[in-house]
Design a protein around this ligand. Sequence first.
Ligand code: FE2
Length: 163
Amino acid sequence: MKMNEELENAFNKQITLEFESSMLYRQLAIEFDLKDLPGIAGWMKNHAAEELTHADRLIEHLTDRDNHPVIGDIRMPAIKINTVAEAFEVALEAEEKVSESIRNLYRLGVETGDVDSRPTIDWFIAEQIEEEATVRGVLGRAKLINEDGPGLLRLDDELSGNA
Ligand SMILES: [Fe+2]
């Protein structure tokens, strides 16, 4: 069943946010590449790709229901990163923003009685809990390292094997 226009607009905002999130991670990957930390750069780049799959999942939900996905204006904030911990703080802030947007999508889904969007929205709620936990975990370790060279190289090595 086709969803109503209000919920469709909210889904489209979420699609745009996922693309923005992808670009933010891609920019962070560039910053780490320039810091000669290829493992963390790769982790960020993989994350950028993952965000695109999130956008795709939302787009597919709309097209499956004969709604019209539209990618909105992409706003890419200028980021200035001095330390590794700062980069993960930026990532965590962005994830928290995405989580709140997903919660609003959930609330609107309930409010409009849109049962069909529930499985998709529930998937995103669970995914955001995981994303926040992952980023918060790396941020915690980055703070412990406190820009110590050998520590950063170890973190770089660790993240090179993970997405
Ligand atoms: Fe996402």
